[in-house]
Ligand binder design. Structure first.
Ligand SMILES: Cc1cc2nc3c(=O)[nH]c(=O)nc-3n(C[C@H](O)[C@H](O)[C@H](O)COP(=O)(O)OP(=O)(O)OC[C@H]3O[C@@H](n4cnc5c(N)ncnc54)[C@H](O)[C@@H]3O)c2cc1C
Length: 509
């Protein structure tokens, strides 16, 4: 038996929801993984009379496809869909059986209207928490559109192929054999990348807003909910709803919620905003702000949104070290997410650049997977909390290099080393390794604002205690501001403040 009792009990409940027959076509050999895959599908077939199993030959062995009898959907799992991908597998079963995916009708129509042949392949690791979103979005597209197919490939099960195709970050997606993208992507982002995003004409008819929020993380969600609850015309435009929490594994300091996983919080923020009358525009990037009679926000697709007030909540992103090799080897050994990409460096040597809390947490996490971790810190001392440092120094496979300036990340087609300068002796050192995790903090997403309002030297938008910026009618909240602390609960609070500030401004003007 491959499924333990707990999983089997849960699965039993889900299988009750199957609407029609599902045919699993399995490509298996005699190796251990193939035998496990056969056990899995056979066990499923004993659990539900709606699940049928048939042997076949697919491009990869072991793998299996999830189909309607007589009609292939194009959904294939290569390797066992366990770990974080188990939900993707269960959803595929339900959706192929006829249950409607929980996706906006607008997006469903957009997927159905895609013309042409799209053969997607996604490399995942089963411990990657960003991967299921991509796999599930791709599978939904395959269910809805016969021209779209998708194979999830577990990089650990297909190690030789992953190495041959230079996969050093997950999820990595290929379209018709060519690189398509990597990192977490939502369905609307994927559609936008496929060239099927809404164009400017879809925004042309929009009436001016009372409050337009730019950014859909904790700060933006909170601002939008507070505005909508005042009954005023509210819009929210966001590149990626959820923001940084989508990249966070476990959150234990959102007061009132003992523990929540980041992607779950991201989804619940969106769900909460949708409870209200808010015009939600996702997969859209703002590129220009201008104060005229109304405030104008121009999007990258050329559309111009108008509003009486604007709340900026564009958050922050990983800071780059900006040394030669970083951009060149991104996803080819240079990584930013230890939880996602750590397993791809199992048994290898890696470096972590940065000795703050996130760097040391990453080093501790990676030390459990990789052969050796070198922490490279610019300052003479690590900046991480002492409990983290104690834990780090207790590990046998970690070296800490302090007072070191990273000079270059070296490689040919992927990373093969790192060069740093000892700041005391000015000597140059080179370490041979296969991966570099950059963990040197965050940079605010505010470049697009240029000098339309006051920003700090670091680029943070300067706000007062009502969230007002130097430009009348423009407010800001969360990690993109000069708030000294960057946390979820603080962003939510400042989003509420900015929204109430904007409401006050509307009443007075
Ligand atoms: C790995 C990690 C772990 C963390 N762990 C915790 C934790 O345990 N507890 C905690 O309290 N905090 C944690 N944080 C910090 C927390 O996630 C942030 O403080 C919080 O998400 C900030 O919220 P925000 O809304 O200001 O910005 P963000 O979450 O960064 O959201 C910004 C939003 O703006 C959008 N956007 C950006 N630019 C544009 C543009 N030009 N046009 C349109 N939209 C745009 C983005 O797509 C996104 O929707 C963590 C952060 C990271 C990276």
């Amino acid at each position: 038996m491959i499924l333990d009792a707990d999983i089997k009990a849960q699965l039993n409940q889900y299988l009750q929801l199957l609407e029609n027959d599902v045919l699993l076509k399995v490509s298996a050999s005699t190796d251990e993984l193939s035998r496990d895959m056969l056990s899995l599908v056979d066990e499923l077939a004993t659990m539900s009379p709606k699940i049928k199993v048939e042997k076949t030959a697919l491009d990869r062995t072991p793998s299996f496809s999830v189909n309607r009898p007589g009609e292939d959907t194009g959904i294939i799992f290569a390797g066992l869909p366990f770990g974080h991908e188990f939900t993707s597998f269960v959803l595929a079963l339900l959706q192929v059986s006829g249950r409607a995916p929980k996706v906006d009708q607008k997006l469903i129509d957009q997927v159905k209207n895609v013309k042409g042949e799209y053969r997607f392949e996604t490399f995942v690791s089963l411990s990657c928490h960003n991967c299921p979103d991509v796999v599930q979005a791709m599978n939904v597209m395959s269910v809805l559109n016969p021209g779209i197919s998708h194979t999830m490939i577990d990089g650990a099960a297909f190690k030789e192929e992953a190495e041959r195709r230079n996969i050093l970050a997950v999820p990595t997606v290929f379209l018709n054999g060519e690189p398509f993208g990597s990192g977490r992507m939502t369905l609307d982002e994927i559609l936008a990348k496929m060239g099927s995003a809404p164009d400017a004409s879809e925004f042309a008819e929009k009436e001016p807003f009372d409050v337009l929020v730019v950014g859909g993380g904790p700060a933006g969600s909170s601002a939008a909910i507070y505005a909508a609850r005042k009954g005023i015309r509210t819009g929210i435009v966001a590149e990626r709803f959820g923001g940084q929490v989508l990249d966070t594994l476990g959150i234990e300091n959102l007061i009132g919620t003992k523990y929540i996983e980041g992607p779950q919080l991201g989804a619940s923020l969106e769900e909460h905003v949708k409870q209200y009358n808010v015009d939600i525009m996702t997969a859209q990037r703002a590129k220009r702000l201008e104060k005229k009679d109304l405030i104008e926000v121009e999007l990258e697709n050329g559309a111009v949104l108008k509003s009486k007030t604007v709340i900026l909540s564009t958050g922050a992103r990983w800071r780059n070290v900006n040394v030669p090799g970083e951009a060149e080897f991104k996803n080819k050994g240079v990584a930013y997410c230890p939880h996602c990409d750590g397993p791809l460096f199992a048994g290898k040597d890696v470096a972590v650049i940065g000795g703050g809390n996130s760097g040391i947490e990453a080093a501790i996490d990676l030390a459990g997977i990789v052969k050796h971790v070198t922490v490279i810190e610019f300052a003479p001392e690590l900046k991480a909390d002492s409990v983290l440092q104690d834990r780090l120094y207790s590990l046998p496979n970690v070296t800490v290099v302090k007072n070191a300036q990273t000079k270059e990340i070296t490689g040919t087609d992927k990373v093969n080393g790192i060069t740093y300068i000892d700041r005391e002796t000015e000597e140059e050192h080179h370490i041979e390794l296969q991966g570099v995790f950059v963990q040197i903090g965050l940079v605010p997403n505010t470049e697009w604002l240029a000098d339309t309002l006051e920003r700090t030297r670091m680029g943070e938008v300067v706000v007062d205690n009502r969230g007002a910026t130097s430009t009348p009618g423009v407010f800001a909240a969360g990690d993109c501001t000069n708030s000294p602390y960057k946390q979820i609960i603080i962003s939510m609070g400042s989003g509420a403040t900015a929204s109430l500030g904007a409401f006050d401004y509307l009443i007075r003007n």
